[in-house]
Design a protein around this ligand. Structure first.
Ligand code: IMP
Length: 433
């Protein structure tokens, strides 16, 4: 039995796509378990570059089973476009290669319209959402008036659900000065999409439970990051679901003991997109340099990401939230030639050290990070494949992070390509069997 979750330990965009693509070599099944097309995973293999939003990053490995779990919200238009992209590369030729849960809620055109209408109505209080309709779709799920992937096979049911839902949706759209949506248009789109999606639909929870029971290696791919969690993140500047590793259990219907390992992924610096407090943000030319060197532009929205120093206070909180058993450190190469580095090791507020990570925006905006300065390095580390071969200042940074967080760094990404990675062990094999 081996369940491994790969989870973002910052505000998303930590490079989980590359890590999952890489670790899926050791896995039999790769499962996406929350979020939706708000996520964007950039995968680079050779000259090829693929951005996935819904299909798990393991899709590039032929022979692996990819699964989309019930808590993922599916924009059918995005899923169909992604299936096309992947099939063009000769992958996903058999329906068994991808299983989409019949319980996934559908992101419909009106969810995206409402997301955009609400964001513009919020003015200065906007959240900076990805405008992918995630919040409004999850509201409908909880209000029990959503439409699910499995419903697509029954046009009578789709008609009944949409007919019941549209009066309220259209009243809201009109309230925000938008055009109402028409039932016929929704139907026409869904009919075409259903034909493409239904061959992949089934019971994802049952499959994953059975695979775990057979002792197969299951890799769970997280989206977003711990600090965007609806309950534990920097509310209201968060996404609309739980992003912590434990969310895998309710998503797939697993008991908590089935997940043995959690690898938290962090960049060697910090980034955030959208609004919300960011204590170690660099609003100067060093932030711009990080953005340029790290190509810090959103894979989903094309928005420039805000950049700043590594924040060990935030990471300590994320490691606790996820229950990390290991860490993956990405984009380490970006810091080469940057000069002396800083890492935040504590927060001070009104002259006092804070013990717990404060998630309330009003408090987080006022904290002063306490920085420790570390020596930088100038060497290009992209060709190095052993941790021991890394320059001494890099080794010191790794030890500083591990010492502070109490979790070993078991994967180090030193470049965008799959090969530019240092992996210290097969993460599915227990350290002390
Ligand atoms: P939503 O998930 O589109 O509602 O956006 C809510 C917040 O989460 C915004 O600040 C987004 O920028 C952020 N967010 C959502 N998904 C991602 C992601 O995959 N990476 C980084 N930020 C994200």
């Amino acid at each position: 039995m081996a369940g491994l979750v790969v989870a973002g330990a910052q505000w998303g965009d930590e490079g989980k796509g590359k890590v999952v693509d890489l670790l899926s070599e050791f896995a039999d099944v790769v499962v996406r378990f929350h979020g939706g097309a708000n996520a964007g995973h950039t995968l680079v293999v050779g000259e090829d570059r693929l951005v996935t939003h819904l299909i798990p990053s393991g899709v590039l490995r032929p022979g692996k089973r990819c699964v989309i779990g019930p808590a993922v919200v599916i924009d059918p238009q995005v899923l169909v476009a992604e299936i096309d992209e992947v099939q063009k590369r000769g992958l996903l030729q058999r329906p068994e290669a991808l299983l989409v849960s019949h319980r996934c809620h559908l992101v419909l055109p009106y969810h995206k319209l409402l997301d955009a209408a609400r964001e513009s109505a919020r003015g200065a209080l906007k959240i900076g959402t990805t405008l992918r309709g995630i919040g409004p779709c999850l509201e409908d799920k909880v209000a029990r008036c959503g439409l699910r992937v499995g419903d697509l096979g029954d046009s009578g049911l789709v008609n009944a659900r949409l007919s019941a839902r549209l009066p309220e949706v259209n009243a809201l759209l009109v309230h925000y000065g938008r055009e109402p949506v028409r039932l016929e248009d929704l139907h026409a789109g869904l009919r075409e999409q259903a034909e493409r999606i239904l061959p992949f639909v089934g019971d994802a929870g049952a499959l994953v439970r059975a695979e775990l029971a057979r002792g197969r290696a299951v890799l769970f791919e997280g989206a977003q990051g711990a600090l965007l969690d609806i309950d534990h993140g920097t509310y209201p500047y968060v996404t609309s679901s739980n992003t912590v590793a434990g969310a895998v259990c309710p998503s797939l219907g697993l008991g908590p003991r089935l997940v043995e390992e959690v690898m938290g992924i962090t960049k060697a610096y910090s980034t955030r997109v959208g609004e919300g407090p960011f204590p170690t943000e660099l609003a100067d030319e060093r932030g711009q340099l990080l953005r340029a060197r790290g190509h810090e532009v959103g894979a989903t929205t094309g928005r420039p990401r805000r950049c700043g120093w590594l924040d060990l206070v935030a990471l300590r909180y994320a490691v606790a939230l996820h229950g990390c058993t290991s860490l993956g450190l990405t984009k380490l190469d970006v810091l080469g030639g940057f000069g002396p580095l800083k890492v935040a090791v504590a927060y001070r507020l009104d002259g006092r050290d804070l013990q717990e990570y404060p998630t309330e925006p009003g408090v987080l905006e006022r904290v002063e990070p306490v920085y420790e300065e570390l020596e930088g390095w100038d060497e290009d580390i992209r060709d190095l494949r052993e941790r021991e071969a890394l320059p001494t200042p890099v080794q010191r940074l790794l030890k500083r992070i591990e010492g502070d967080l109490g979790v070993p760094i078991e994967l180090i990404s030193v470049g965008a390509a799959r090969a530019e990675t240092i992996v210290s062990r097969n993460p599915f094999r227990r350290k002390n069997p």
